[in-house]
Ligand binder design. Structure first.
Ligand code: NAP
Length: 266
């Protein structure tokens, strides 16, 4: 269990690098060190995080950033198949740091805040990070969809592989009956989803995973649906994508749709 914490509160304009590091290092570097030092087959890897990572707290930009990192880090470990969970604590009575500050009055709002946090975290556990809704992050979404951005990631090879595959299908539809076809389409769907969920499309995705496993929310599923239509020239609903099973299942679905498309052309 990772419970390390140092508070170094100050207004953000007065936040120097020492204060920043004082709060950030035990959580960020400390957690990373545990991740590196501990064996991969841990039964659990529990990290104490804080609701401040969701809401922020005046004077605690450093602490909030560190806790936001922890929540994302747990997802990172999970994406690698490693044990990880974070607990976003609200104010804790009777034990720990807050309890030592006897003059600190626990806000009446803490229960509301906790409930709000839990609701938000329900989304976060599905990869619905709040910052993805933030207009200030829109640029990175756009960048990742531009051709310049895609040429920088390894997946472009697969992307052009996909182009090659589609043009081979156009020449000879028998290709669709080859067992490897579903694998090619599944890989490309997974790569695309990986880009839309801001993983960059570089990492290899387990084709047994589903869209939910990769943190796809309703907005991203619409993006994937549009891409699907453009790529395979066939319709699919966001719901069908979300309930469509693994990437391999979706790959098979794409192949079936392509078969149907060419059958209708005949
Ligand atoms: N208490 C709350 O109301 C509350 C609310 C939300 C979240 N949390 C989270 O819950 C966790 C525990 O909080 P707490 O109230 O129990 O805090 P705490 O009593 O202040 O304990 C923090 C511990 O972290 C250790 N630590 C600090 N820097 C370290 C480092 N570089 N390496 C190893 N250990 C280090 C401290 O050890 P030393 O004493 O030896 O320095 C201390 O034992 C924290 O992660 C905190 O963010 C607490």
């Amino acid at each position: 269990m990772q419970l390390a914490m140092v508070l170094a509160d100050t207004a953000v304009m007065n936040m120097d690098i020492e204060k920043w590091n004082a709060a950030v290092n035990p959580k960020v570097n400390g957690t990373w060190n545990l991740h590196e030092a501990l064996p991969a087959d841990m039964d659990f890897f529990v990290i104490a995080s804080s609701l401040s990572g969701i809401f922020g707290n005046y004077g605690q930009a450093n602490y909030a950033a560190a806790n936001a990192f922890l929540d994302a880090f747990a997802q990172f470990r999970q994406s690698k198949g490693l044990a990880a969970s974070t607990v976003d604590l609200g104010v804790v009575d009777e034990i720990g740091f807050r309890n030592q500050l006897s003059q600190m009055r626990v806000s009446e709002q803490k229960n509301n805040q906790l409930l709000h946090g839990i609701l938000l975290k329900t989304g976060v556990s599905k990869g619905q990070y709040i910052w993805k809704r933030d207009v200030r992050t829109a640029l990175s979404h756009v960048r990742q969809q531009t051709p310049e951005a895609t040429t920088t990631n390894r997946g472009v090879k697969n992307g052009s592989g996909m182009k090659g595959f589609l043009s081979a299908v156009q020449d000879n539809q028998e290709v669709l009956h080859d067992a490897s076809s579903a694998h090619v389409t599944a890989t490309e769907i997974a790569r695309q989803v990986s880009i839309y969920t801001m993983r960059g499309g570089d990492e290899e995705v387990d084709l047994g995973m589903s869209l939910q496993d990769l943190g796809v929310d309703s907005l991203v599923s619409i993006e994937v649906r549009n891409w699907w239509k453009q790529t395979f020239g066939a319709d699919v609903t966001a719901l069908q994508l979300m309930n469509g099973g693994s990437f391999m299942d979706l790959g098979k679905k794409a192949v079936d749709q392509l078969k149907q498309k060419y059958l209708m052309k005949k």
